[in-house]
Design a protein around this ligand. Structure first.
Ligand code: AKB
Length: 319
């Protein structure tokens, strides 16, 4: 077994920034990026890149052997909104890719796995505010069901086969480098793009829909901190609650208005409202803070400033 890192789903919203961060930490050649298709040019050129279908065990095994991989970050997934439209495809991708990676670890071909879960594991019967680490979990979306099942399998593989698998329940993630795709929290990224491009945004979630969110740089720091933590500190082998901010569309709009005073928001809720309504408004992440020192850095205002500055530069806008 080698010692390099493989990121599966490296061209997605989290994968892109995780790849850059891990290459910075360990060196470009130590981190192999892979995705179902080519993506970000800089990502593909700054280190090894492979086209890999995460649902194909043989392809994963070949890349792991060829590049002498020791750790896998499995970031490929179908998110909540898309999985509601393609339930079987979502289930197949989210579950089969996880089984392949867990089985590769069980069989001694890799030594460590990161797999992302989500606040979507909670459902309408879970406590809505300050949702605890351990509580009622009856997710009502395909995505949430796949993540909850995945969490149970992670814990099972740890207990039965001693697989070193680590996971967090990401809230909605906000970033400027790569757009999210197919999630219910995507509005909180789109809103910054539209604020700069047109000065207005039509939200697909209703006013008052408070959801847990986090800036991407916090999410990446947290992910790497969890993977770096001594195994004895990792008390949760299903997935850790992880929190930073909670806000509703009108609150993010107000934060944007501080920098773009003419910005306007209006509301046309669609099928994603029902998904958002089934999720928590805020999360209790004390266990992550106690076990491995999780701490977030960005609040809504600091995040909005950073998003607008970086996007303005990326999109070369003068607004
Ligand atoms: C989604 O909206 O589906 C994701 C998530 C919260 O897991 N961003």
């Amino acid at each position: 077994m080698g010692s390099k890192i493989l990121i599966v789903g490296a061209c997605g919203q989290i994968g892109t920034e995780l790849t850059f961060a891990l290459r910075e930490k360990y060196g470009n050649d130590e981190v192999v990026a892979s995705d179902i298709k080519e993506g970000n040019q800089e990502l593909m050129e700054s280190g090894p890149f492979e086209v890999v279908d995460a649902t194909d065990y043989q392809q994963l095994e070949r890349i792991i052997e060829q590049h002498q991989i020791g750790e896998v970050y499995l970031m490929a997934a179908m998110l909540s909104a898309t999985a509601e439209r393609f339930p079987m495809k979502g289930w197949d991708l989210n579950m089969n890719s996880l089984f392949h990676v867990l089985n590769l670890a069980r069989d001694g071909k890799i030594s460590k796995v990161f797999w992302p879960s989500s606040i979507a594991v909670f459902g309408p019967t879970s406590p809505k505010n300050n949702t605890p680490q351990v509580t009622v979990m009856e997710p009502s979306t395909v995505y949430g069901i796949s993540k909850l099942a995945g969490e149970r399998w992670c814990e099972y593989y740890f207990r039965k086969y001693n697989v070193d698998v680590r996971s967090v329940r990401y809230p909605g993630l906000i970033s400027y480098k790569t757009l999210p795709g197919g999630g219910t929290t995507d509005y909180a990224v789109e809103i910054y793009h539209e604020a700069l491009k047109s000065g207005a945004y039509t939200s697909f979630l209703q006013e008052g829909t408070t959801l847990p969110m986090m800036y991407m740089s916090d999410a990446i720091r947290g992910t790497i901190a969890l993977m770096d933590a001594p195994a004895k500190n990792i008390q949760v082998r299903s997935s850790y609650n992880l929190a930073a901010l909670s806000f509703a569309p009108e609150e993010i709009a107000a934060a944007i208005t501080k920098y773009l005073p003419d910005f306007k928001i209006n509301y046309e809720p669609d099928y994603r409202q029902e998904i958002a309504d089934s999720w928590p408004a805020s999360i209790d992440d004390r266990q992550a803070r106690e076990d491995w020192g999780w701490e977030h850095q960005f609040d809504l205002d600091r995040m909005s400033k950073s998003m607008l500055e970086n996007l303005r530069e990326m999109l070369s806008l003068s607004r």
